[in-house]
Structures are given as structure tokens and as C-alpha cells.
Design a protein around this ligand. Structure first.
Ligand code: TUI
Length: 313
């Protein structure tokens, strides 16, 4: 399936993997790219030299295009931005901030820049700054989120910019892909479904929680501090939300969450760990390879398109 995004990035399927902190490491990124999507290394809060190492490892596993997600709240973001250029990475996505100050560096180096945005205003600023495309990420997503839903954000961003839009948030199967295209998106970004991919290094306990999750099993912590993060409900979220309601200072709350994502991903601590996942966790039913996931959702989407109006009797 060719779209403006498959052509821009030189990929086979209009599917991009989310740049998930701790989760989006080289095994997952290489598997998604090998399967014809765009795999991403999630730089998150990793030191720049670790990001360099991860990039080199992806290159050992695939010759296909891949990218790096630069998390802009990372104090090391400027060094990571530089590493990406030095290593000849072709695509960068950004999250949790405004990447304008890195745009010239990346554009000069011929890097395709795709900021993740959660509002129309930020999408317009990114287009003006020279972005090649934007990911419009709805509040259904896991991790750090904005306020608008995918259903309302994507068409408004599509109407506001002339660059291609990638839809994210709540998309985990072919129905979501088809719906995203109907809203005007030219590709989708998925995170949660790839958390449970065979090639994902996420601890089995965490994968099991995602697979068992129901529609309303996620919770948003940090609304009061201005850093809303969607995670699956557990002891950690209950404590966090109680502390938040009690007015515990931001720094103390941060301490409770920051190391907890690593604990969940690496150690499988599903009690005290931070189980970042989107609302689509309720739709994620089993562990599959990245190839199976991508081929399945694209077949589902194709079938819907060939059938005309799926609601008509
Ligand atoms: O970035 C994400 N999702 C993330 S980043 C992350 S790592 C983290 N861990 C602990 C605390 C904070 C982060 C986990 N999940 N998604 C992309 C995204 N970007 N969603 C929303 C935004 C966003 C928000 C504000 C983009 C731009 C923006 O601009 C604000 C401004 O004016 O600078």
C-alpha cells in the first residue's frame, strides 16, 4: 500500500512503531523495519552513547529504513540530536516538547523530521519549522499524553497543515488503520500492540498485563502536575493518584514514577512498576511477531476498503 508516508520514508506499509521509552530498543525497531514498517529506537532518557550503540545494532540487523525518537524532556536531548546526525539516521520523530531548535541541524543533514504533536497549534508550528510530516497523537495513547482524542485531533490537524499526518492513539488493528485513513491520515503509529510483540524485550509479566487488560484498565497519573502519563492501573497508580490528590509536591511524585518504567519493563514488577500502555490494550489479545502484526492489520484494513460502506445493510 503506497501513501505519501510510505513514499517519504521508503517503507512498504504505512505503519510506524511508537518510540516507547525502554521498550523501543534495537530488537523491536529492527523487527518492525524488517517487516516493512518503520521501526524506531526510543532514546527517552538514555545517555547519548547508549543511543549511538542502539543505532549501530539496528543497522547490523536490517538494511531497511528506521528512525530514532528523541524525547525532548531529556536533559541530554541536544547531544542525542547530534548523535542521530553523526550516525546517519534518516528519520527522527520527537515527543514531549517542541523540537524547533534542532530542526536546522536535522534538515541540513537530510534527516526527515516527524514531530509528535497533541494539538493543532503545535502541528502548525512544526509545519512552519520545516517538519516533513507530523504524528497527531490522541489521548488514548500510552505514556505522556495530550488532551484531544484521536477521533477529533486527526481531522483537525489534517485540515490545518499541508504536510502528511500520521494518526496515533487507540489504533491496534485494521479497523483503526482504516478509520485513521478515513480521517485523512496517511499512516498510523502504534505502540501498545508492539509492546507485546515477540521481538519486544518487555518482561513477560508486563506483556501479560497488557494482554489481559480490559477497555477501562488504564489510568492517567500526573494530571495535576502538567505531566499526564497513561499507564495500566496497579498499586503504583493507586498510590500516585492518592498522593496527587493529597497535594504531594511534583518532585516527590516524579521520584515515584521515573525509575518505575524500567522496573516494569526489565524486572516485570507489575505491582510497583509503571505499566505505560494506551487504551488499546483492551484490544491487544496475543503475542505475535512484528511481521504477523503488520501483515494482519494491513489485511484487515484492505478487506474493509474493498467492501465499501461496512455499516450498510
Ligand atoms: O512523548 C510522548 N510520549 C511519551 S514520552 C515518555 S518518557 C517520559 N517519562 C516520564 C515523564 C515524561 C516523559 C513517555 N511517553 N508522546 C508524544 C507526545 N508529545 N505527546 C504529547 C506531546 C507533546 C506535548 C507538548 C508535544 C509537544 C508539546 O509541546 C509543548 C510545548 O509547547 O513545548
Amino acid at each position: 500500500m503506497k501513501t505519501e508516508i510510505t513514499e517519504l520514508l521508503g517503507i512498504e506499509y504505512p505503519v510506524i512503531q511508537g518510540g516507547m521509552a525502554w521498550v523501543a530498543e534495537y530488537h523491536l525497531a529492527a523487527a518492525v523495519s524488517e517487516a516493512g514498517g518503520l521501526g524506531l529506537i526510543g532514546a527517552a532518557s538514555a545517555p547519548p552513547e547508549i543511543v549511538r550503540e542502539q543505532i549501530r545494532k539496528v543497522k547490523e540487523l536490517t538494511e531497511k529504513p528506521f528512525g530514532v525518537n528523541v524525547m525532548l524532556m531529556n536533559p541530554n536531548a541536544a547531544e542525542v540530536a547530534q548523535v542521530v546526525v553523526e550516525e546517519g539516521v534518516k528519520v527522527v520523530t520527537t515527543g514531549a516538547g517542541n523540537p524547533a531548535k534542532f530542526m536546522e541541524l536535522w534538515k541540513q543533514a537530510g534527516v526527515k523530521v516527524i514531530p509528535v504533536v497533541a494539538s493543532v497549534a503545535m502541528a502548525k508550528i512544526m509545519e512552519k519549522s520545516g517538519a516533513d510530516a507530523v504524528v497527531a497523537e490522541g489521548t488514548e495513547s500510552g505514556g505522556h499524553i495530550g488532551a484531544a482524542t484521536t477521533m477529533t485531533l486527526v481531522p483537525q490537524v489534517v485540515d490545518a497543515v499541508n504536510i502528511p499526518v500520521i494518526a496515533a492513539g487507540g489504533i491496534a488493528d485494521g479497523r483503526g488503520v482504516a478509520a485513521a485513513f478515513m480521517l485523512g491520515a496517511k499512516a498510523v503509529q502504534m505502540g501498545t500492540r508492539f509492546v507485546v510483540a515477540k521481538e519486544s524485550i518487555v518482561h513477560a509479566n508486563y506483556k501479560e498485563r497488557v494482554i489481559k487488560a480490559k477497555d477501562i484498565d488504564s489510568e492517567v497519573t500526573g494530571r495535576s502536575t502538567g505531566h499526564p502519563i497513561r499507564v495500566l492501573r496497579n498499586k503504583m497508580t493507586r498510590e500516585y493518584l492518592k498522593m496527587e490528590a493529597d497535594g504531594v509536591p511534583f518532585e516527590e511524585l516524579e521520584r515515584l514514577t521515573l525509575g518505575s518504567l524500567r522496573k516494569a519493563v526489565m524486572e516485570g514488577d507489575v505491582v510497583n512498576g509503571s505499566l505505560m500502555a494506551g487504551q488499546s490494550a483492551g484490544m491487544v489479545k496475543k503475542e505475535q511477531s512484528c511481521r504477523e502484526i503488520i501483515e494482519e492489520i494491513m489485511q484487515e484494513a484492505d478487506a474493509l476498503f474493498s467492501r465499501g460502506n461496512p455499516a450498510a445493510v
